[in-house]
Design a protein around this ligand. Structure first.
Ligand code: TNX
Length: 521
């Protein structure tokens, strides 16, 4: 009898110690602050804990998935101190303490960027039909982890992820950011940092404004003086700079690894003082211009009626096309006030042919629509008045929405803002988010919109800290406009955005503490 009692007691204790793990912390995935907001989310009320023995399993035989596994492990290493092992798996299993990144063809209906994320108490399954989808899903997982996951130094856990399922895919396949590296030059590391920031919000294109009056930023081997002379200046004199073709390729690759496609822009026939300063023969009067370091626009033009201009453009486009895997080359075309209209039209038509002949599709500022657009030319709508964009739509062209009054991040937030311009008014954090692009401009509907691009011109932007200040917190809003199919509401968004202050801090982002989002401290 006594023996039986002791046995029962011992057995009970054994059962208690073996079965009774710590209970899982209850968490509600639907309360997590995600930007952009995912399409479908079902919370299951518990949590998964990332620990040092957690393993990452990637789809075996898929190089893309493998790279993303390593990207994820690298991302969480500094703050957790965990060196997560990346292993290969053929398929999902119910293994504990595992994060699976798997290719699943049954998710094709979600498109290339769509993904399904399932978090249980035991493990995490991120599945997509393409590596690109896995990459976007990793950004969601990143936001489901505590903000301090972004820290560069080791932090204390626990590293909990709320359980549930997310099924997500973007509304628009073109969600872009433009960085003007001509007015002020930003070096390779600075651009890489920018790529990381935009990729964290699922943006998928980076448009680099590589030439303007103030500087030429890309090595062209057949026209070396472009960078020898015009790579050395920027606004207010500065020391300028340029990318060698090798450096540009490095940026392209860095962006590609984050599923961001680079769109190079060579602005023409206006905004060309840098080229005109390097080569006299490109000037209507055959005289080289002086370098320009002011911020006026609309005073320069390539000569239109000489063969050398088209030889120049053909060489430039050929060299850039050869190192640009993305489908687009941007030819600018804006504010060519120094070019006669009768010259502008044939010029744009010829340049479209040149770009197409090098296997690339043209993007141009909507001013381009004064000319006959090629069927696949995309027109970028930036001016306050929609006339040019409407003209492009009439020609059957698709529109990239970049309307200055909502989408220019170089415009001041408000009158107190020390950086930025004001020509199209202020763009505060609410104005940037709280509008419906598909109905704001009469004559331009959702059908006409190809995608979105928010732009950062850099006349007043000198340092990465300046970039951060103007880009954050506006960029997450643009990312959400382009991504989410859910109804958007400023008040609801504002609370989500407010929670990102800690995350921005850990990311080292010098964000603007908008009074519309955050109370004064
Ligand atoms: C207009 S937008 C420009 C740029 C300026 C910008 C400043 C566009 C196509 N042209 O040259 O940098 O305004 O906001």
């Amino acid at each position: 009898m006594k023996n039986k009692l002791i046995f029962t007691l011992l057995f009970g204790m054994f059962a208690f110690f073996t079965s009774c793990e710590e209970p899982h912390v209850q968490m509600d995935m639907s309360k997590e602050n995600l930007i952009p907001k995912p399409t479908k989310l079902t919370a299951t009320g518990s949590s998964f804990e990332l620990e040092d023995e957690t393993e990452v399993y990637v789809q075996s035989g898929n190089a893309g998935a493998e790279k993303i596994g390593t990207y994820l492990a690298d991302l969480i290493k500094p703050s957790t101190g965990y060196a997560l092992e990346v292993k290969k798996a053929e398929k999902y299993s119910d293994k504990d303490d595992a994060i699976f990144l798997l290719i699943d063809n049954s998710l094709k209906s979600l498109g290339d960027e769509g993904y399904k994320l399932t978090v249980t108490e035991d493990n995490i399954l991120l599945a997509a039909s393409k590596p690109e989808g896995l990459f976007r899903g990793v950004q969601t997982l990143r936001q489901l982890l505590p903000a301090k996951i972004e820290a560069k130094e080791k932090q204390e856990g626990p590293w909990l992820v709320a359980t549930g399922t997310i099924e997500d895919a973007p509304k628009y396949g073109f969600r872009s950011t433009m960085l003007d590296v001509s007015r002020h030059f930003f070096n390779v590391d600075e651009v890489k940092r920018f790529i990381d920031q935009i990729a964290a919000f699922k943006m998928n294109y980076l448009h680099l404004h590589l030439s303007d009056d103030q500087g030429w930023r890309i090595e062209i081997k057949s026209w070396p003086k472009l960078t020898e002379i015009s790579g050395k200046t920027h606004v207010t004199g500065g020391k300028g700079g340029f990318y060698t073709q090798e450096q540009y390729k490095e940026l392209v690759k860095y962006a590609q690894d984050r599923f961001v496609t680079i769109i190079p822009e060579i602005d023409m026939p206006g905004h060309t003082n840098a080229a005109l300063a390097a080569y006299p023969e490109l000037n209507p009067d055959n005289k080289a211009k002086k370098p320009y370091t002011g911020i006026d626009v609309g005073f320069s033009t390539l000569t239109i009626n000489k063969d050398v201009t088209y030889k120049f453009i053909d060489d430039v486009i050929r060299e850039i096309a050869a190192i640009t895997p993305g489908p687009y080359i941007h030819i600018g075309g804006d504010e060519s006030h120094a070019t006669k209209k009768k010259d502008y039209i044939p010029f744009i038509e010829k340049v479209q042919d040149i770009v197409n002949s090098h296997g690339k599709q043209v993007i141009g500022w909507a001013d381009l629509s004064a000319a006959r657009l090629k069927p696949n030319t995309l027109a970028q709508f930036w001016q306050e008045k929609p006339d040019n964009a409407l003209n492009a739509v009439k020609q059957g062209a698709k529109i990239i929405m970049s309307t200055a009054s909502h989408m220019y991040m170089d415009l001041k937030y408000d009158s107190l803002c020390t950086l930025g311009l004001t020509w199209a008014g202020y763009v505060n954090t609410r104005k940037a988010y709280d509008w419906i692009p598909e109905t704001t401009f009469k004559g331009i509907t959702g059908e006409d919109i190809f995608g979105f691009e928010t732009a950062l011109w850099t006349e007043t932007v000198k340092t990465p800290a300046d970039i951060d200040f103007l880009v954050f917190p506006r960029l997450p809003g643009y990312a959400e406009i382009g991504w989410t199919t859910r109804k958007r509401d400023w008040n609801e968004y504002k609370t989500r955005l407010a929670s990102f202050d800690e995350r921005f801090k850990y990311m080292g982002i010098n964000y603007y503490r908008s009074p519309l989002v955050w109370e004064k401290k």
